[in-house]
Design a binder for this molecule. Structure first.
Ligand code: NAD
Length: 460
């Protein structure tokens, strides 16, 4: 689609939104049902595409992509009527006998931009929230997961008219600025790297368009001396190496109390072998790196520490073995950049202060995990580290609970979504006060002279 016909479609979308057709409960419900049916109908195609793009097994795809999305849609369908209901609030003394409430208005035409690592989940979960909130939508899929993008495009085109939902593909650096500069969106929801997030934020600021930015960062996991080491190793290995480590909330590095370091590393090695066999290259459970650019970036990291486990790779297969490294200098890119791959640095620490200082070098991670048996230590960590969201004695699973808001803070993002939070993100809380006409005392109108004492009584 050329830029001018794209902008033309966006104008049509604005008209369609202004017609009010997307507002009624019935319309929203039908679209969510249509989306759910289409995902279930195309489940096999989607799973095949996710395998082609990232070598995800159908099981992993269900947990992290299709099933995840279905559960978000189900939550929206179950609660939509309640979420849409205007929220009654109190009215203060000076405004009595008015009544006050908050309407949940759709924002209008919104743009959702997705990354490649969970190409379906991270584009269609915000889509479900935006449909529930009554918006028109433009989706921009990642060009680096083309197989999944093609099926998502098919699903959108077969089920929704282009003036309601449009999926655009192509090079983000070209198509996104063309859209943002040629049309004023009512909201931009972006998931991806912090670097591109800043570009989007600047473009949006030019037109005062509000944004949600779901970004990345270096998410640490802390293993305290009193942690259940077996469980910690299993839970960390599961999310660090799932999708070959290309997960925004995967533990990026481990801070482990030096007294349990050897035990933890031994346990982690055993777990990795159990999960992915002695040869993860042939494992049903192990994914691949998305493309050569990411592969080359990750291979460079392998020189930046002492490899204690793994380290094998094969460019032809875009394969990098689950790898554990130690003795990484603090200024090495492995410890200053988000890794986003199956390489896990292990850093021993003696004291809370020492470990906290390491975390503070890359502030505001998207996620943070602490493994400990002590509620005192747990409290100390979660209160003293700034992070988007996280887990105690677990890793990454907080994002699968749609009752929790999912989002970053500072460097890792702005805003949040999932479940009701998605609906709120794509709605405007419109404040309304309704005042009856039967009561209209002269007292609040000029002349005001001499009424100060009364105003002081009523307004305080
Ligand atoms: P990316 O920033 O390269 O790309 C994301 C999207 O932005 C793509 O659709 C791309 O086409 C578009 N884009 C790229 N350059 C652009 C530009 N100059 N202008 C406008 N749009 C542009 O990110 P990625 O490599 O796809 O994803 C990896 C990053 O995303 C990691 O940092 C990861 O932590 C983060 N991430 C965050 C979350 C989260 O939920 N917070 C989830 C997944 C990934």
């Amino acid at each position: 689609m050329s830029t001018s016909s794209l902008i033309d479609t966006l104008q049509k979308m604005r008209k369609f939104f202004n017609s009010g057709e997307t507002r009624p409960y019935k319309f929203r419900r039908e679209q969510l049902q249509k989306l759910r049916s289409a995902i279930l109908f195309n489940e096999k195609k989607l799973h095949d595409a996710l395998y082609a793009d990232l070598k995800k097994s159908p099981e992993e795809s269900w947990v992290a992509e299709t099933g995840f999305l279905i559960s978000e849609i189900n939550a929206a369908l179950k609660n939509l009527r309640r979420w849409m209901r205007p929220e009654k609030t109190k009215t203060n003394l000076v405004n009595l006998p008015s009544a006050s409430y908050i309407m949940k208005d759709p924002l209008g035409v919104v743009l959702i931009i997705g990354p490649w690592n969970y190409p379906l989940q991270l584009l269609f979960t915000p889509l479900a929230g935006a449909i529930a909130a009554g918006n028109c939508l433009v989706l921009k899929s990642s060009e680096f997961a083309p197989a999944t993008s093609a099926i998502m495009k098919e699903i959108i085109e077969e089920n929704f008219p282009s003036e309601y939902i449009l999926l655009t593909e192509g090079d983000g650096a070209t198509i996104v600025p063309a859209m943002i500069n040629g049309f004023r969106f009512d909201h931009i929801f972006y998931t991806g790297s912090t670097a591109v997030g800043k570009i989007i934020y600047k473009m949006a600021a030019e037109q005062l368009v509000p944004v949600t930015l779901e970004l990345g960062g270096k998410s640490p996991a802390v293993i305290e001396e009193d942690a259940n080491i077996n469980v910690a190793a299993r839970r960390i290995a599961l999310t660090t190496f799932s999708n070959a480590g290309q997960m925004c909330v995967a533990p990026d590095y481990i801070l482990v109390n030096e007294k349990v370091k050897e035990r933890f590393i031994n346990e982690l090695e055993q777990v990795v072998k159990r999960f992915y066999s002695e040869d993860p290259a042939t494992s049903y459970n192990y994914g691949k790196i998305i493309n050569e650019r990411q592969f080359d970036r990750l291979i460079n990291y392998l020189q930046q520490g002492k490899i204690v486990y793994g380290g094998k790779f094969d460019k032809a297969k875009l394969y990098i073995e689950p790898t554990i490294v130690e003795e990484v200098p603090e200024d090495a890119p492995l410890m200053t950049e988000e890794i986003f791959g199956p390489i896990l640095p292990i850093i021993p620490f003696k004291t809370f202060e020492e470990a906290k200082a390491i975390i503070d070098r890359n502030p505001d991670p998207l996620a943070f995990y602490v493994f400990t048996g002590s509620s005192k230590k747990e409290k100390q960590w979660v209160e003293n580290v700034s992070f988007g969201g996280g887990c105690i004695n677990n890793a990454s699973w907080h994002l699968t609970n749609h009752h929790l808001p999912f989002g970053g803070i500072g460097n890792s993002g702005i805003g949040n979504y999932h479940g009701k939070n998605s609906f709120e993100t794509f709605s405007h809380r419109k404040a309304i006060m309704k005042t009856p006409t039967w009561f209209d005392p002269d007292i609040k109108y000029p002349p005001l002279k001499g009424k100060l004492w009364l105003f002081k009584k009523v307004i305080r």
